[in-house]
Design a protein around this ligand. Structure first.
Ligand SMILES: Nc1ncnc2c1ncn2[C@@H]1O[C@H](COP(=O)(O)OP(=O)(O)OP(=O)(O)O)[C@@H](O)[C@H]1O
Ligand SMILES: [Mg+2]
Length: 225
């Protein structure tokens, strides 16, 4: 089995400078390994650090301990120690991330937002938007006025279009009805079938059971005195 992503003793503590430097340990000793074609679901109570772990894996939060090995091209790169240029290259070619909420530059049409994530692949963007039930008439409209579920589907199209070998998904079906959630389940299964490694947070247990091969428990850390 090909290891696509592996963390070693990953740690993250937030320091709240506006609260007199209060330290909030969130992640400690996270050892996570994900193989090609496998989906690991992050589990644990609200506030345990699931989203923090996903953001750390994407390099959004700088880890303050440990390693994040990512298979990038033919080699393993430690994202925790990589310079910003390498992090950007890993995101462009290897790591896809679907955040819970869509954040985009205002006034850019939906089709362009999706196509830009794959070097302007308009036809593929159209297909993907249709698969996600975003009708053609909305493709020319910027998504700012879209419903929560429509925005989430645009976000999913943007995250899946490039066919990244590793996908990080933060509650990708949270705003979707059952029919659209089922479509996303199909997309995640297709990604696994082509060999993608998936790390996801799925509050919907039906979705989770349909895509996850195993769970990784994120444990809440004790307050640092
Ligand atoms: N940027 C930040 N600065 C300070 N604290 C943060 C930051 N991001 C997250 N935290 C804290 O880290 C802890 C974990 O948050 P996180 O969002 O990772 O939880 P979660 O497991 O995803 O929860 P949920 O299931 O509710 O989404 C929380 O106590 C949160 O307040
Ligand atoms: Mg979360």
């Amino acid at each position: 089995m090909t290891v696509m992503l592996r963390t070693e003793n990953l740690a993250k503590t937030f320091t709240l400078h506006l609260q007199g430097g209060l330290r909030l340990p969130v992640l400690r000793d996270v050892d996570l390994e994900v193989h090609a074609g496998e989906c690991v679901a992050l589990a644990g109570p609200s506030g345990a650090g699931k989203s923090t772990l996903l953001r750390a894996l994407y390099g959004n939060y700088r880890a303050d301990g440990g390693r994040i090995w990512v298979r990038h091209g033919g080699e393993m790169v430690d994202l925790a120690a990589a310079p910003p240029r390498t992090v950007l290259d890993v995101r462009a070619r290897t790591l896809g991330y679907v955040s819970q909420f869509l954040r985009v530059v205002p006034r850019v049409p939906t089709l362009q937002i999706v196509a830009e994530a794959a070097d302007g692949a308009d036809a593929r963007a159209q297909d993907l938007l249709h698969r996600l039930n975003i009708p053609t008439r909305l493709h020319a409209v910027p998504p700012a006025t879209f419903s929560g579920g429509e925005q989430q589907r645009v976000n999913l199209a943007r995250g899946f279009i490039a066919g990244h070998p590793i996908l990080l998904l933060d509650e990708p079906t949270a705003s979707l009805d059952a029919a659209n959630a089922e479509i996303v389940v199909g997309m995640i299964r297709d990604a696994k079938a082509r060999g993608a490694a998936v790390v996801g947070i799925f509050h919907d247990t039906e979705v989770r059971d349909a895509v996850a091969d195993r769970l990784y428990e994120v444990r809440p850390q004790q307050d640092a005195a």
